[in-house]
Design a protein around this ligand. Sequence first.
Ligand SMILES: *Cc1c(COP(=O)(O)O)cnc(C)c1O
Length: 381
Amino acid sequence: MEKFQSVIDKVRELYGKDRDFIPLHEPLFIGNEKKYLNECIDSTFVSYVGEFVGRFEQMVANYTGSKHAIAVVNGTSALHLALVTSGVQQNDIVVTQALSFAATANGIMYTGAEPYFIDVDRHTLGMSPDALRTFLNDVKLIDGTATYVPTGQKVGAIVPMHTFGFPCEIEAIVELANEYNIPIVEDSAESLGSTKNGKHTGTFGKMGIYSFNGNKSITCGGGGMIVTDDAALAARAKHLSTQAKVPHKWEYQHDHVGYNYRCPNINAAIGCAQMETIESFIEDKRKTAARYADFFRNEKIEYLTEPENCRSNYWLNSILLQTVEDRNAFLETTNSNGVMTRPAWTLLHRLEYIKDAKHGNLENSIFIEQRLVNIPSSVRV
Ligand SMILES: *Cc1c(COP(=O)(O)O)cnc(C)c1O
């Protein structure tokens, strides 16, 4: 019997014994998706104007408890636009975590700002307040502007990320950021439906973003959403997402470099149907997580459970192997036996195009990078 055969058997028990290949996360359409798509096509409003866009925004605002939601083409553009709207400018520093998907750094770099990578906590996998405090030791408020003393750069924003659906220590991070007047843009691309002390991830900072990519908990093909409680920021984000066009009956006036980031109605139609099913998806994912937790208790493998006082959407279930060799053996065995598993991302400060970015001590990130593996986590039909 192969090492890790019991894990392969468990995944197959959960996701289908006769399936050749079990993906990490696949989308599921069991609601009104086709009905809404037909309505959308019949109406001819398939593009940026149409009733589903507003409905999708309202559904996400209601679900997360945000005052405003702006639908855009994907999570990466949502992050970029939220940062621009929050006032991030070229040559600013934007603090984020080294353990994240490349899109986090890319959204920052589109603004011309420089990412600064700090460490994550072991128990949340998300931004560490202690690491942020260490970074802020080098920051001074000068005329109300948070300034990174060693270079004189403005600290434009802090971008914590809720890794694999686990809420990070967001309250402590917000408190620190407020002391220095630095806006927080939460990268909650992975954590729609996750809460900390009953409050949704994405709603703690000035702005938050979600992704509806095909591999996320719910999808609309491609799509993203910005949420905020600030009416002026919401209006600004919406304006910039529609080519910064000044409303007029016929004239083309644009008052800023605009973006073509609006979410098409056809994607929003799928998004509305998926929002109707999200709670049942998350309940199902949480049941699967409980079954994994039971199973791994008897194996010599650490299964990661949600942080205290949190409700995780368990977007991707994660385990920690004991060494990098063990991790590699696990990845090799599972993937060559039709069970898709993936390591944590390569830490962002190691990617060739960002390797010159500044970073703090990253020992937890490195520990996790060497040991973590994501295992199949789809909603079970
Ligand atoms: C998926 C993801 C994004 C980007 O979302 P897209 O819709 O794919 O552009 C950004 N940040 C994180 C952490 C993600 O996982």
